[in-house]
Design a protein around this ligand. Structure first.
Ligand SMILES: [Fe+2]
Ligand SMILES: [Fe+2]
Length: 270
């Protein structure tokens, strides 16, 4: 029997330390909307957050993020997340070891319950790709900041690095009966230097015909490709905590029954 997995794609929350900041207040309202809408959903939807969860990677911002996500966790919704450039240091263009360690401890450890985050290095190479099986769906989270560490760079550009792509290939070579979802922060095929993933071609090649859904963020512009290069559905989320042109917030839901993804777009009037 095939199970249905529902995914809610959030991205680029850019949470601040101060409670009054618009992003913080909006996330609280979006969380309340999700809890109301999916109150009686069984199984509960899986919330996937594709990076830039906080604005500068400070501990205070991560603590605020945890407070805001706590009602989802308390209601039993699984939360999956990967790091973005803003999770890794100030302005999204710096690398702070403390920011990466705080991402590990707070997001991977406390929100996602991943073991070993206390002892992992700030490079997190031993933790990624993150693999979770929920229902019959396999979720693979990538760290698109990893390949940029130690280089002089424009941090808005991302890279996975060869080691992570090799590990991803090995994971995808393992047969999986249900759908496979890959999520990451940076754009996997945009050609603009400042917004692309440096090893985009290698990633797209590795995922071709092996992945059903790809979710990402970073550009703060939402878009949908279906299909794209041997992948059924590719979704770019905008900045979830910023209203779209019509003053409404946008949230995409992906329903997977067997392997066929169905995408719905909700405009939330908050
Ligand atoms: Fe962002
Ligand atoms: Fe970003």
């Amino acid at each position: 029997m095939t199970t249905t997995t529902t995914i809610l794609h959030l991205s680029d929350l850019h949470i601040h330390r101060q409670r009054w900041r618009p992003e913080n207040r909006r996330l609280a309202r979006i969380v309340a909307w999700i809890l109301h809408r999916y109150e009686s959903a069984a199984p509960p939807p899986v919330v996937v957050i594709t990076g830039d969860l906080v604005d500068d990677g400070t501990r205070e911002q991560y603590e605020r993020l945890l407070e805001l996500l706590a009602p989802l966790k308390a209601a039993g919704l699984p939360i999956l997340a990967c790091p973005g450039n803003h999770d890794s240091g100030p302005m999204g263009n710096s690398y702070y070891v403390s920011a990466r360690v705080d991402f590990q401890r707070h997001v991977l450890g406390e929100v996602m319950g991943i073991a070993g985050t206390e002892t992992a290095s700030d490079r997190m190479a031993e933790l990624f790709p993150l693999v979770h099986t929920i229902g019959d769906a396999r979720f693979i989270g990538l760290d698109s900041v990893a390949g940029m560490i130690g280089e002089s760079f424009h941090f808005a550009q991302g890279a996975l690095g060869l080691a992570q792509i090799r590990k991803l290939r090995a994971i995808l070579a393992t047969p999986h009966a249900g759908p496979t979802i890959v999520y990451l922060h940076h754009h996997p095929f945009n050609r603009l230097f400042t917004e692309c993933l440096r090893d985009a071609e290698a990633l797209m090649g590795a995922m071709k015909d092996k992945v059903d859904v790809v979710l990402f963020g970073h550009r703060h512009r939402s878009a949908l490709w279906s299909p794209k290069d041997g992948i059924d559905v590719v979704i770019a989320a905008g900045k979830t905590t910023e209203p779209e042109g019509d003053d409404k917030f946008e949230l995409r839901e992906v329903a997977l029954r067997g392997r066929a993804p169905e995408v719905s777009r909700y405009h939330i009037d908050l």
